[in-house]
Design a protein around this ligand. Structure first.
Ligand code: BGC
Length: 393
């Protein structure tokens, strides 16, 4: 048990956002015009996919109920993404119906007292964009900017907009010929990184023009050097994380997405220790990772920080609460040290399609696979109480 007296001392700034996050492809279902859907069904190249997204959580239709559960629990924010493949299913055709759908989501969030936090790009692309080279071609920057311009009506009443989710993961995964190493990540692809930064700048200009605050969210890996491996860790983190945090200097905010750590030895990333607890994604159970991500983001970008994702894949909801408690303690320590942290949005609102499989369950809310009936977990009530009281017990 954590000492409640210590926890009572945690302080959260006024107006702190307490929320949960999702991404369109992972919860909506039926996202047939996206590159991921095509990959899931073998129509586009890529590593094998264990199971397709199918109807996912059917949140495309059930988002009002999902948002209501979050609001009723006590949360005051919901982060979701809009799906480019729905808004522009063919190059140059903009679906007014899709725009209207996402606008309804924004309105629904507002009517429930949830601050809508809108992501413009969360991993998936329209299939036409992917077939024509995706982010491996220079045309990607203009294509993305054109999509953002078309989507501006959605954010007319939105304050916080994430241009691109985890551009560092987009870059490290951009070259289909490069497989995943057994430990760590492939390096970022420099030309893709450059295009993502250019696309982010174009989107930021458009988003600011629409009156919202723009930033992007980086997957922070808490690179921890073993003694003597400091320069190895610095070099390792450069193309995989730091270049994206540095690019956020001058943005309106920076998003931190943290799950675990990576220890770095003299030859690079080290395997997880045999005695370490692992989550359902195989990652080390390491709640303080988020604090390290926040500190690195703050040191590099120097702009207000939002934790836009943090959570754990587990079938044991009590362990989810333990993890989140540990993570919130780490967040609070950064605030006590003077870091301008303005929100904590848990990953994820719902159990969802974890890029190839539904097995790693990250959600505060489960659902019946046949009926889609929502089943909130105790962790949702727990986080809602933290949001309402500020107390982390
Ligand atoms: C992504 C999510 C993903 C989560 C857990 C982040 O990398 O933004 O889409 O589900 O981590 O793996």
């Amino acid at each position: 048990m954590t000492d409640a007296r210590t926890m009572d001392d945690l302080r959260w700034p006024d107006g702190f956002l307490w929320g949960a996050s999702t991404a369109a492809h992972q919860v909506e279902g039926g996202n047939v015009n996206s590159d991921w859907w095509q990959r899931e069904h073998g129509h586009l190249p890529g590593p094998p996919v264990a199971e397709p997204s199918g109807d996912a959580a059917d949140s495309f239709h059930r988002y009002p109920e999902d948002m209501r559960l979050l609001a009723d629990a006590g949360l005051n924010s919901y982060r979701f993404s809009i799906e480019w493949a729905r808004i522009e299913p063919e190059e140059g055709f903009v679906s007014r119906a899709a725009i209207a759908h996402y606008l309804r989501m924004v309105d629904t969030a507002r009517s429930l007292g949830l601050e809508p936090f809108v992501t413009l790009h969360h991993f998936t692309n329209p299939v036409w964009f992917a077939r024509d080279g995706g982010w491996l071609t220079d045309a990607s920057v203009d294509r993305f900017a054109r999509f953002v311009e078309a989507a501006l009506p959605v954010i007319a009443d939105v304050e916080l907009v994430c241009t691109i989710n985890e551009p560092n993961m987009v870059s490290v995964l951009a070259d289909p010929a490069v497989g995943f190493p057994s430990v760590g990540l492939p390096p970022g692809v420099p030309a893709v990184t450059d295009r993502l930064i250019a696309a982010h700048r174009r989107a930021t200009e458009l988003v600011r023009g629409a009156g919202a605050r723009a930033g992007w969210s980086v997957a922070t890996q808490a690179y921890q050097p073993e003694p003597g491996a400091e320069s190895v860790a610095a070099a390792y983190g450069r193309s995989r994380e730091d270049v994206f945090l540095d690019a956020a200097e001058g943005d309106d905010w920076i998003g931190v997405q943290a799950y675990t750590r990576t220890r770095i030895g003299p030859d690079g990333p080290l395997p997880i220790r045999d005695d370490a607890e692992r989550t359902l994604t195989g990652w080390e159970y390491y709640p303080p990772a988020v604090g390290e991500g926040i500190r690195n983001a703050w040191a590099r970008a120097g702009v207000p920080v939002y934790v836009t994702e943090n959570g754990i894949a587990t079938a044991d909801d009590a362990r989810r609460i333990d993890y989140t408690r540990g993570a919130l303690e780490a967040v609070a320590r950064t605030i006590a040290d003077g870091v301008d942290v303005r929100g904590y949005l848990h990953w994820s609102a719902l159990d969802n399609y974890e890029w190839g499989s539904f097995a790693p369950t990250f959600g505060l809310i489960a659902w019946d696979p046949d009926t889609f009936e929502r089943r909130p977990k105790p962790s949702l009530a727990w986080l809602g109480e933290v949001a309402r009281t500020g107390l982390v017990h």
